[in-house]
Write a protein that binds this ligand. Structure first.
Ligand code: GLV
Ligand code: MN
Ligand code: MN
Length: 414
């Protein structure tokens, strides 16, 4: 039975959390900022110290491999992300990276020797903050995003992904990021639940059977600006007010399915020129819609599109919608579900099957490998907030289950 070094792992999570652009307890770590690069250096150092063979690809995905006794057969992989949205907590993603690393160290410390190589992956930009779409690294790696679409991505500052990644030291063609289908025999991601169910049920481990289908839209509204005192109300073509109505239409569309599984959010609204005494001439909103049922998610997107047209016409503004992503859901592979369940059984740990409403790099790894996820509880189900919390005990248990799962998978079928 594997016993992770709980204190060391907690300490490493604390050290990583301090590499942040927001004051503690908040964490902000946006991809390819100096802060992100410092965090990567910290992680790379830990991987090298652990004796892993480290490689980075052209978009900054980091691979740290423990070479097995059968190095030529497809490896088993685990991992997650270390980027964090603005004003985030310290456990989203990091638990799967540092916990994944500790799982490998635990196995080595306890004398386990893998047949298949075991690889830790730190994926670039799981969060959509900078380039508008989430899971940038795993999308490219799995072929879900091709080189030309990747090259078209730009951040809010107008700088392209290519420019920013090269400035961060990641050269080479984006096409080189894509991995062949048979690169991995298995992929398992450890993550906090980001929801309340495990805590409410008093169950320490969640076994993810499917990941909900996410979609993202960027809507740019162009109206007419002017003096806030001088332009009379009947003459206005206020871009922000159209955006506000569209945001309410997103809420109405998400609620209209009558299912708690449909969610819609407008988390970004930028108003130009952003002066209190100026009628907004332009507004940009970003919309996030998800459902475990892809067809139902698409009906919500269609309702948002119809409402946007109608609101724009009535308010005499133009609205341009860009679909940033509209991904299908992913199902966990039976082989991974069985391995996680067996690892839990071996430890006498209770496990509940569940759906992930958040997306994860597993959504894309599932396209190129049998994949699945292990969840641990987080306090109150809170995530994407500075008060996000998972206990050191819960993290260590998740890491132990991950270690047991990787051990099984790295023996299987070799
Ligand atoms: C990932 O961070 C998500 O938004 O689900
Ligand atoms: Mn997140
Ligand atoms: Mn995450």
């Amino acid at each position: 039975m594997f016993t992770p070094d709980q204190a060391r792992l907690a300490h490493e999570l604390t050290t990583l959390a301090a590499i942040s652009d927001a004051p503690p307890p908040a964490v902000t770590r946006v991809v390819f900022t100096d802060t992100d690069l410092r965090a990567r250096t910290f992680l790379k150092g830990l991987c090298v110290d652990a004796g892993l063979v480290v490689r980075e690809d052209a978009v900054g995905n980091l691979f740290a491999r423990w070479v097995g006794s059968a190095p030529d057969v497809p490896a088993v992989a685990t991992g997650s992300h270390i980027d964090a949205i603005p004003n985030a907590g310290r456990f989203d993603g990091t638990v799967g990276v540092l916990g994944g690393l500790e799982a490998l160290r635990t196995l080595a410390r306890e004398g386990f020797r893998p047949a298949r190589s075991i690889e830790l992956i730190m994926f670039t930009a799981e969060e959509p903050t900078r380039f508008g779409i989430g899971c940038l690294g795993s999308r490219l790696l799995s072929g879900a995003l091709d080189e030309s679409a990747g090259a078209r991505l730009k951040g809010p500052d107008g700088r392209s992904l290519d420019e920013v990644r090269r400035a961060a030291g990641f050269d080479g063609s984006l096409s080189s990021v894509r991995l062949p289908q048979d690169s991995y025999a298995a992929f398992v991601e450890l993550h906090i639940e980001q929801g309340p169910l495990l805590e409410q049920r008093g169950v320490p481990i969640g076994l993810v059977t499917a990941i909900a289908a996410p979609a993202g839209l960027r809507i740019v509204i162009e109206g007419e600006g002017g003096h806030a005192g001088a332009v009379l109300m009947p003459d206005r073509r206020d871009a922000f007010l159209a955006a506000a109505e569209i945001a309410l239409a997103v809420e109405a569309a998400a609620r209209s399915t009558g299912s708690a599984d449909t969610v819609g959010t407008v988390g970004v609204c930028e108003v130009f020129p952003g002066a209190v005494n100026s009628v907004p001439s332009r507004a940009r909103i970003e919309v996030d819609v998800r459902d475990i049922d892809e067809a139902r998610r698409d009906t919500v997107l269609a309702k948002i599109a119809a409402a946007t047209d109608q609101i724009a016409a009535r308010r005499r503004v133009s609205a341009t919608t860009e679909t940033l992503n509209a991904d299908p859901p992913a199902r966990s592979a039976p082989s991974i579900v069985d391995a996680v369940e067996a690892a839990c059984l071996e430890r006498g740990v209770t496990v509940d099957r569940m759906i992930s409403r958040a997306y994860h790099d597993t959504l894309f790894m599932a396209r190129i490998a049998p994949a699945g996820m292990v969840f641990i509880p987080c306090r109150g189900g809170v995530s994407h907030r500075p008060d996000e919390h998972a206990s050191p005990e819960a993290i260590a248990l998740g890491t132990a289950v991950l270690a047991g799962t990787l051990a099984r998978l790295s023996r299987a079928g070799t």
